[in-house]
Design a protein around this ligand. Structure first.
Ligand SMILES: [Cu+2]
Length: 123
């Protein structure tokens, strides 16, 4: 009888740990952040088309290959300077699907007006 109780207790303990383990891993795996590196130079972004998923957190990591640029995506409320020799990061969680244009908002010379791209948010 004691043996049976011991076995039962072990099974209970193991199942309990399995349940706790799956709950905990569920929490940590819940919202993985997607890191997207974006470089800027006269007069383009690379990539200039950024596809992300609605509800999935994104970190945009900006670097400049030449001079000061900007990144402005007003529809998604994303704005950053892009500074040579520096890494600027912006985190956001897209809440709506669609195609949202972004542009450079630090005048960087002739051709600045063409420094644009799109963030595409899919379901
Ligand atoms: Cu620019």
């Amino acid at each position: 009888m004691t043996r049976f109780i011991n076995k039962f207790a072990t099974i209970c303990a193991v199942s309990f740990m399995l349940v706790i383990g799956s709950v905990c891993s569920g929490i940590s795996a819940d919202q993985p952040e997607q890191l997207i590196k974006v470089t800027a130079k006269k007069f383009e972004y690379s990539p200039n088309e950024i596809t992300v998923k609605k509800g999935m957190p994104v970190i945009l990591e900006f670097t400049s290959l030449d001079r000061l640029h900007g990144f402005n995506c007003p529809d998604l409320g994303i704005r950053s300077d892009i500074v040579p020799g520096k890494i600027n990061r912006v985190r956001f969680v897209p809440q709506k699907t669609g195609t949202f244009p972004f542009h450079c908002d630090n005048f960087c010379g002739e051709g600045h007006e063409n420094m644009t791209g799109n963030i595409i948010v899919t379901e």
